[in-house]
Ligand binder design. Structure first.
Ligand SMILES: Cc1cc2nc3c(=O)[nH]c(=O)nc-3n(C[C@H](O)[C@H](O)[C@H](O)COP(=O)(O)OP(=O)(O)OC[C@H]3O[C@@H](n4cnc5c(N)ncnc54)[C@H](O)[C@@H]3O)c2cc1C
Length: 459
């Protein structure tokens, strides 16, 4: 249903899915009775689509254009959601395209990747098609983090590659995973099983992988009084904790397992270990942690001064995505978001707060990289509500440029000599990908290079 709505929005107004220079990003909106409302949405992920859909529903005759830096739409639905999660790829701002850093020694060693890069690689994102993580010279991977993205990458590493062959995973990743020698994955978290950041669905899924020996230390499952208080206040967290308990007992006697998953709680990375050869990572120097109440009702992890090493030839950092700042756009670099009040963009450093007229934000760029696809629905609704309120209160002054709407946008692209891909160009890519997928019993075979994507678009 969401897909139909999105397609209707896109189909009736040709969309520019283009490589658009950051400096020319703008969001304009006009509202006089004699001219339709023109809205330009930057980013075609869930937040962009939901915003377009809500705008079209709440403003009859509005014209919405969505632009994206890629020649393919749908943001993380295409390049984030794991290939073996097809039920969430129904369809549907510019999201978060960078990574938080740990800031510990050795972080730049070869063999260490962010989960975002790894996910982009297996999902065929054209910016990561040459990543080529070495999955053959080590049998052990460490994933730093215990959220859903961490579980996704661990699952992809541990699943039998035959089970991934009928998904829309990128071909280069499927080949590498089929040849992978990784048999052991450590999932490392700073806090305990009562605080793990994953959801029950994802945890159940990984614990259910066939022929997988799951290791959870019984001692880590022991709850403190403060843990119990935290669990009383969160049904979701309680369910996750119960699953860890079940997983610990269920797998104790399994002997014929080929692969191992180790949950390592109460540890934080102190530095990365370097192998003697070629400056590659050989493991992580971890500090044990203790939890302390911080006055927020939640416990935080603090270093205990005790250390241990964990050996591995591949390390994936799953510690959070981060939005990029764009020249001329207000940006809160501490929080990695565009500063806003209910979606209205705040002028950089203004005190008291001043609003950037006609500029709004939605999705991960508005609230940070948290939440599932559906969370962006409510987030976009709030932003559209703010736009509607501003229109009603006559807060926009229309300029001649604004009146041009999509024609103005196309003119701007052409004046700057930017080659852009339209929605019907994307449909050609889509068609080619589906046909290639069909031949291999896959939903689609994603085209993973810029050159090929642009050739397919203009075929
Ligand atoms: C690895 C991973 C797995 C996930 N799995 C699930 C799942 O199974 N189920 C679920 O419900 N949720 C899942 N999520 C969460 C979900 O994907 C996000 O909530 C959602 O995609 C955020 O939407 P967004 O539109 O804000 O950002 P995005 O989806 O990131 O979309 C941003 C869009 O903006 C474009 N863009 C970036 N920079 C520019 C620019 N300068 N100019 C123009 N366009 C630009 C990008 O190309 C992209 O198309 C997952 C997230 C990750 C990271």
């Amino acid at each position: 249903m969401v897909f139909r709505l999105a397609r209707r929005a896109w189909g009736s107004r040709s969309i520019c899915a283009s490589r658009f220079p950051s400096s020319s990003l703008s969001y304009s909106s006009s509202c006089s009775s004699s001219h339709p409302l023109h809205v330009c949405v930057v980013g075609s992920g869930p937040a962009g689509f939901y915003t377009a859909e809500k705008m079209l529903k709440s403003h009859k005759g509005a014209e919405v254009d969505i632009i994206d830096r890629l020649p393919t739409p749908f943001g993380l639905v295409r390049s984030g959601v794991a290939p073996d999660h097809p039920e969430t790829k129904v369809v549907l701002a510019y999201g978060a395209e960078s990574d938080r850093v740990l800031g510990v020694p050795g972080e730049d060693l070869a063999g260490i990747y962010s989960a975002r890069e790894f996910v982009w690689w297996y999902n065929g994102h054209p910016d990561c098609n040459t990543l080529s993580p070495d999955l053959r010279t080590t049998d052990t991977a460490i994933v730093l983090g215990q959220g859903n993205v961490a579980l996704d990458v661990a699952r992809v590493l541990l699943r039998d590659s035959a089970a991934l062959a009928t998904t829309d995973i990128a071909e280069h990743a499927l080949v590498a995973l089929a040849e992978s020698s990784i048999r052991k994955v450590y999932l490392v978290g700073r806090r305990g099983p009562a605080q793990a950041a994953c959801t029950a669905k994802e945890l159940r899924e990984i614990l259910g992988i066939k022929n997988l020996h799951v290791h959870i230390q019984e001692a880590d499952l022991k709850l403190s009084y403060l843990d119990e208080e935290e669990l009383k206040n969160s049904r979701i967290q309680k369910r996750v904790y119960e699953l860890f308990c079940k997983g610990a007992s269920q797998h104790l006697n399994t002997t014929s397992c080929q692969r191992e998953l180790h949950f390592v709680f109460f540890r934080k990375p102190d530095s990365f270990l370097q192998s003697d050869t070629e400056g590659r990572v050989s493991g992580v120097h971890l500090e044990k942690t203790v939890l302390k109440e911080t006055g927020t009702g939640k416990q935080s992890a603090f270093g205990s001064g005790q250390f241990e090493d964990l050996q591995a030839g591949l390390v994936l950092k799953s510690i959070g995505y981060k939005s990029l700042s764009i020249d001329g756009l207000p940006f809160d670099s501490h929080r990695g978001i565009v500063p806003n009040i209910r979606g209205r963009v705040l002028r950089d450093g203004s005190e008291p707060h001043l609003l950037e007229k006609g500029l709004y934000v939605a999705g991960w760029l508005k609230r940070g990289p948290t939440g599932i696809i559906a969370t962006n629905l409510y987030c976009s609704e709030e932003t559209v509500y703010s736009i509607s309120e501003d229109i009603e209160q006559g807060k926009f002054t229309e300029t001649a440029d604004m009146r041009l709407g999509r024609a103005g946008l196309v003119q701007l692209l052409e004046n700057r000599g930017i080659t852009y891909v339209t929605f019907s160009d994307w449909e050609k890519i889509d068609c080619i990908e589906r046909a290639a997928g069909n031949r291999k019993n896959k939903p689609r075979e994603k085209i993973a290079s810029w050159g090929e994507l642009l050739r397919a678009a203009k075929a």
